[in-house]
Design a binder for this molecule. Structure first.
Ligand code: PLP
Length: 379
């Protein structure tokens, strides 16, 4: 049997990785400035992470969600403490799309309504429920949609207008759009959005699947604006490569048996991975480190990166050029052995290095970038 061929692949086979470095079969090293779409949060093969997963495998990996699994409660407690959401509860799943689908389901159960408001360019996943909540041109048309969706600009009056219709269960927003090209609504917009949702009793969902877990320089990107969404979704950096998703739920939602469910969500290994990530984020002060490294990277890029726009926050950076970045991206890999990402906008280079990235590694990336785009001469 062959693999179903849906991913465009580069001709490199990583066989080993540590921190922000990957090695291929020939022993050549690569700098990972993308982390598999922000999945690698604490760096590849972090020793604490490896040790925690190995220890868990040696203990118990039997899984059934009809028995007590203390490590789930331990993860929920730790996530509440590190994120500042101790009063919320956690539903565990295995991916970002699932985390969002469960958030939308909860919003529908809670309000008895099914319309969702989302923002142009947003991406919330590829399951049939989540794919219905993207207008990303790369995603095929929605099918079997459980929710009707209205897409709007970052315009509070436009949002309020739709909410007045009275059929909306939720507004879902990425505090920083990832796939869309690192597009950021202002903090004031997020604060206003929370007020508009509150006034119409509509559930506000912050999709932190890509921008969360310390990447923006706060634990969750929406925390820059001071809002507290009703539901927060997370995945990617949550497991540093192990599949795990989480839906963080405000106390105003009441749980009942059978309301939500999944076979693999919350299995022991996923929880061990999730705990190891949070422990390392805390021990190594990675949220502050991401803010500091992000400031350094952005300042350099603003001064010398030759981009029309330097977007994002912390270690979630988008460079918009006045040309398609495909060749630049290819050359960073083939000539400098550096992985970077693209976005649905072909002119945007997407940078999502591990939160552990060092200044020396950032300088290595900058030197490579400047060699491909000559830096501007002082006037
Ligand atoms: N939400 C956002 C903001 C994402 O970036 C993604 C994936 O790129 C998803 C949801 C879907 O996550 P997953 O691919 O784990 O289902």
């Amino acid at each position: 049997m062959e693999l179903f061929n849906v991913y465009p692949l580069v001709n490199i086979t990583p066989v080993k990785a540590l921190g922000a470095t990957l090695w291929d079969e020939q022993g050549r090293d690569y700098l990972d400035f993308y982390g598999g779409h922000a999945v690698i949060s604490i760096g590849h093969a972090h020793p604490h992470y490896v040790q925690r997963l190995q220890a868990q495998l040696g203990q118990i990996s039997f899984y059934s969600n009809s028995v007590q699994i203390p490590i789930q409660a331990e993860l929920a407690r730790k996530l509440g403490q590190v994120s500042g959401y101790e009063d919320y509860s956690l539903f565990l799943s295995s991916s970002g799309a699932e985390a969002n689908e469960n958030a939308l389901k909860l919003a529908s159960f809670h309000t008895g309504k099914t319309r969702v408001v989302a923002f142009k360019g947003a991406f919330h996943g590829r399951t049939s429920g989540a794919v219905a909540v993207t207008d990303n041109p790369k995603i095929v048309a929605p099918f079997n949609a459980t929710h009707a969706v209205t897409f709007v600009d970052y315009d509070l009056r436009a949002v309020a207008q739709v909410l007045k219709g009275g059929d909306v269960c939720a507004v879902i927003i990425e505090p920083i759009q990832g796939v869309g090209g690192i597009i950021m609504p202002s903090d004031d917009f997020l604060a206003g959005l929370a007020l508009v949702c509150g006034a119409h009793e509509v559930v506000l969902i912050a999709d932190e699947v890509q921008c969360g877990y310390g990447r923006s320089g706060r634990f969750f990107a929406h925390q820059h604006s001071g809002i507290r969404p009703d539901i927060i979704t997370t995945a990617k950096g949550m497991g540093n490569g192990f599949p795990i998703g989480g839906t963080l739920i405000s106390p105003k939602f009441k749980a009942s048996f059978g309301l939500l469910g999944t076979t693999f969500g919350g299995n022991h290994l996923a929880c061990a991975a999730g705990l190891a990530v949070l422990e390392v984020i805390e021990q190594e002060n990675l949220v502050t480190h991401a803010a500091e490294m992000g400031d350094y990277l952005r300042a350099e890029l603003l001064a010398h990166g030759q981009a029309q726009e330097v977007r994002g926050r912390g270690l979630m950076v988008g460079l918009r050029y006045d040309f398609p970045i495909k060749e630049l991206r290819d050359k960073l890999l083939s000539e400098h052995r550096i992985f970077v990402g693209n976005a649905s906008d072909p002119n945007v280079l997407r940078l999502l290095p591990p939160l552990t990235i060092t200044k020396a590694e950032i300088d290595q990336f900058l030197t490579a970038l400047y060699s491909l785009i000559p830096i501007s001469e002082p006037a």
